[in-house]
Design a binder for this molecule. Sequence first.
Ligand code: PLA
Length: 459
Amino acid sequence: MASAAFSVSSPAASAVAARSKVLGRGVNQGRRRTGCRVGITRKNFGRVMMALAVDVSRFEGVPMAPPDPILGVSEAFKADKNDLKLNLGVGAYRTEELQPYVLNVVKKAEKLMLEKGDNKEYLPIEGLAAFNKATAELLLGADNPVIKQGLVATIQSLSGTGSLRLAAAFMQRYFPEAKVIISSPTWGNHKNIFNDARVPWSEYRYYDPKTVGLDFEGMIADIEAAPEGSFVLLHGCAHNPTGIDPTPEQWEKIADVIQEKKHMPFFDVAYQGFASGSLDEDAFSVRLFVKRGMEVFVAQSYSKNLGLYSERIGAINVVCSAPDVADRVKSQLKRLARPMYSNPPIHGARIVANVVGDPTMFGEWKQEMEEMAGRIKNVRQKLYDSLSAKDQSGKDWSFILRQIGMFSYTGLNKAQSDNMTDKWHVYMTKDGRISLAGLSLAKCDYLADAIIDSFHNVK
Ligand code: PLA
């Protein structure tokens, strides 16, 4: 993007010079108001002096990226000065006072770690051994035969997102013909992850707006219709954004089809313990597939259940059919991780390993997790009660009670969600999802008023 101007005869040159004067700078230090630097050099071409105005930024072709549909909501929330504002965008747990929460058991583990004076040496590429053992056992159950037989390749990775991204890179390298099918709708970042890893994806039916429930027939039909050997991305529990999970019987049928079509189940487990309050109950779906002897991918996250959001602690587990297969898969996952981020961070891994490895702390964690899940269930009930009491239209709001986990999928469309934010200062994603983890009992009535207004008065 270079432009040339003749210092003597060209009007453009005088324009540049004039602008530099206006901006109060010398010609050679010209700076555009956009922040790009404009350098002007003089060159002597015989009798004519030529001034070259050169855009020194090489980033002219870089457009502004749109804000992230989930994390961008928190940024907008921060900028709002209204006292009534409520952040129901990101799925982050808040206390009844709407404050962030560090689990007591995490503080306890950190105190012990500090006293012990552990060092900060690099971890191996696959992460902390004690964490990898604990995380596979939490997921599959400590006495699961696949663990005893050495069939699980586990790599500590950068929380749920990083683990999914690593698995996607593995898919791209070793299953270049395969595509992944994802639920419609799903957590928005799934699409980004597979796009960036160059893994083709398409959607299977999941949510039925008519029943505000699961479109089970559609889901089964679409999984059946996918090319044999496709990867099927499944939310282990507490489906994001809908909060609608298959029943145990439906999970059996899903496993049947996946097995028949020789598909590869790929679980995203971001909410173990957060849906029901029980780690075991929330791992039901994954364990069912593993019990059938299927090979399975599972990404895990400790952001929500241990509140370790910014520690970026999670894992990718691949359950394989033989120990040597698991060894080879693990070696390749390490090979992919090394040039991406080399090795994972240690702090969160130590917290998880310490909490799970100590029976007292493990018990305390389970209790705190139950309390968090319980608080979310209470606000879910209260929101339903408020909506039912205030809304005179006869609309049935009971779908809110049938949804589980952190979120409620309200069915509000984009314009209605905009109204929630613009008029009521309720920050939420534009697909109508609200995070109940960011709601307090005290704010339920206010939220109900906002929802009723947006639902009935905005089309
Ligand atoms: N998978 C699902 C289904 C998720 O909902 C999230 C987080 C992750 C993976 C990744 O979390 P992690 O990388 O922190 O382990 N979803 C949040 C936050 C809570 C986000 O969008 O990053 C959400 O608000 O949807």
